[in-house]
Design a protein around this ligand. Sequence first.
Ligand SMILES: NC(=O)c1ccc[n+]([C@@H]2O[C@H](COP(=O)([O-])OP(=O)(O)OC[C@H]3O[C@@H](n4cnc5c(N)ncnc54)[C@H](OP(=O)(O)O)[C@@H]3O)[C@@H](O)[C@H]2O)c1
Length: 298
Amino acid sequence: MQLGMIGLGRMGGNMVKRLIQGGHEVVAYDRSPDAVKELTQPRVEGAASIPDLVNALHAPRVIWMMVPAGDATEQTLETLLSLLSPGDIIIDGGNSNFRDSMRRAKLCQVQQVEFIDSGTSGGIWGLANGYCLMVGGSNEAVKHCESIFKTLAPPDGYLHTGPAGSGHFVKMVHNGIEYGLLQAYGEGFEILKESQFSLDLPAIAELWNHGSVVRSWLLELLEQAYHQNPDLHNIRGYVEDSGEGRWTVQEAIAENVPAPVITASLFARFSSRQDESYSAKVIAALRNAFGGHAIKPE
Ligand SMILES: NC(=O)c1ccc[n+]([C@@H]2O[C@H](COP(=O)([O-])OP(=O)(O)OC[C@H]3O[C@@H](n4cnc5c(N)ncnc54)[C@H](OP(=O)(O)O)[C@@H]3O)[C@@H](O)[C@H]2O)c1
């Protein structure tokens, strides 16, 4: 089928390639004209603007947004809503907050435009391996777009999770789990590294991928990273977060769900960005004050 793709970055660009490999036709737009030019080929029509993209699509139009969550998604949606007609479908494949998606679905409903939130996992490997899709929206809209989801996903790799908002909710929790998994691997490998045994960490990562209960795709990626760069040379221990971890913790609090691992892994990312811990300074000052414990000068 034909669809429009807005945002041709690491995700959107590869998704266009996978879609055309699956026989679909894409009208593609990015605010950077070079990104559009790079993808333009027989089954990909480049658009110079969002109005151009909308004009090039047949009704009912299906438009996939693959831009950063927050302002970029909000502005793109607003522009689309000023151009689309009843029956058209907007899919947000980015990592938007599910509450924003529920609000946006209502906004679309006013104009009888369908809104689908498709939580998308798979990163830069999705082109080759397929993207795992967690899809929220009405039955009719999701059914209409099913061939797109089937092409983007590996076999059995897409699920209609419920109404609009549910796709991004499931993706949020998915990413919260990812925070905990990454933290556990990071801590385990640091304990191995600091041990008295001079352990071969690349060999252990590889070993554990052969039949152990902690084998996983993430551990395979660590094995590859170690093989390319055994000392993780030139990689600073500084970890960003893009929102989903903190939203998962907020939802856990709202639902009275104890989520100590995900919460601690979020806070560990905050710690990774500090050159100095102010809270540890306070603790050192207090220990000195009440017990005369030595202070290490700066
Ligand atoms: N990378 C991943 O592993 C991954 C996995 C799952 C989901 N996601 C989600 O997928 C979405 C896209 O991620 P990505 O990794 O493809 O990001 P990316 O490589 O940074 O690409 C983002 C795209 O959005 C465009 N863009 C940025 N700001 C914009 C704005 N204000 N208005 C219009 N377009 C704008 C960029 O245009 P320019 O080229 O001009 O900058 C670029 O085409 C995000 O929501 C992300 O959270 C990413």
